[in-house]
Write a protein that binds this ligand. Structure first.
Ligand code: IPE
Ligand code: IPE
Ligand code: MG
Length: 258
């Protein structure tokens, strides 16, 4: 099943975002400001993940997506990359039972073929063990990039449907959508980036088309329920128009296609 597209239909928008997508940024600066090594910030960041998952579940969020490692993060010093990989392994080993008990379905999205075999096995097992859960879907984007996703989806679509290449003008959004790596989730309602930078850094380029953007200076290790509620307060005040006018948003029944 694929979810509705914000450019094809006008989605329903509730008070609480159904899907929250977060760029967890600022771990390094959090550590540096305390005269600690950058990796201490990444370790502390794992605690913030736990707190944020719990806060989202208790507020009724259905999908939480976290950017953990980008396609471009391989450019970092080798020791930082290997520490991040070790933290990922440790988190999967330690946290999956808890996720399972709390009704959380875990999905890992990205080019996982680049990871060491042990990590790939842990990822497969974690996904299998939590596949039946329905309370919330937690997606962790690892070795993920928005461009990687659009390219891999295009390749997969054309391999499965060579007929489309013969008639490019006939290709629709809905032909590509089933091959995107986030096909299991609706488009995000709310995007949050911590750490003060106001950029997308190759995250969910396709899916953020109509997502509300929220930026906070808080470093990721300091993020939790209180910061999340601040973002939700901001979200509640937004008028999501999806291309329409304010008057149309107020009286959607009168509008064709609404
Ligand atoms: C985010 O924090 C974690 C990853 C990108 C893996 P950073 O490590 O980017 O922290 P800053 O931006 O250098 O402070
Ligand atoms: C984005 O953060 C990626 C993740 C949080 C995983 P970066 O810290 O890598 O982004 P840039 O390099 O500052 O844009
Ligand atoms: Mg950063």
């Amino acid at each position: 099943m694929t979810h509705a597209s914000s450019t094809q239909t006008v989605p329903d928008a509730g008070e609480v975002p159904r899907h929250v997508a977060i760029i967890m940024d600022g771990n390094g600066r959090w550590a540096t400001s305390r005269r600690l090594p950058r990796v201490a910030g990444h370790s502390k960041g794992v605690d913030a993940v736990r707190a944020t998952v719990e806060a989202c579940v208790s507020r009724g969020v259905e999908f939480l997506t976290l950017f953990a490692f980008s396609s471009e993060n391989w450019r970092r010093p080798a020791d930082e990359v290997s520490l991040l990989m070790r933290l990922f392994v440790a988190a999967l080993e330690r946290e999956v039972a808890q996720l399972r008990g709390n009704g959380i379905r875990l999905r890992i999205v990205g080019d996982t073929s680049a990871f060491e075999p042990r990590l790939q096995t842990l990822i497969d097992q974690a996904q299998q063990r939590t596949a039946q859960n329905t309370r919330m879907t937690l997606t962790v984007c690892a070795n993920y990039g928005g461009r990687w996703d659009i390219l891999q989806a295009t390749r997969a679509m054309l391999s499965a449907r060579p007929d489309l290449a013969a008639d490019p003008a006939g290709i629709e959004e809905s032909d590509l959508a089933p091959y995107l790596s986030m096909r299991h989730a609706p488009e995000p309602d709310l995007f949050i980036r911590t750490g003060g930078e106001q950029r997308i850094s190759n995250f969910m380029l396709w899916q953020l088309a109509y997502t509300e953007l929220y930026f906070t200076d808080a470093y990721w290790p300091d993020f939790g329920a209180a910061e999340l509620d601040r973002a939700f307060d901001s979200y509640r005040d937004r008028e999501r128009r999806f291309g329409r006018t304010s008057a149309q948003v107020a009286a959607p029944a009168a509008i064709p296609g609404a």
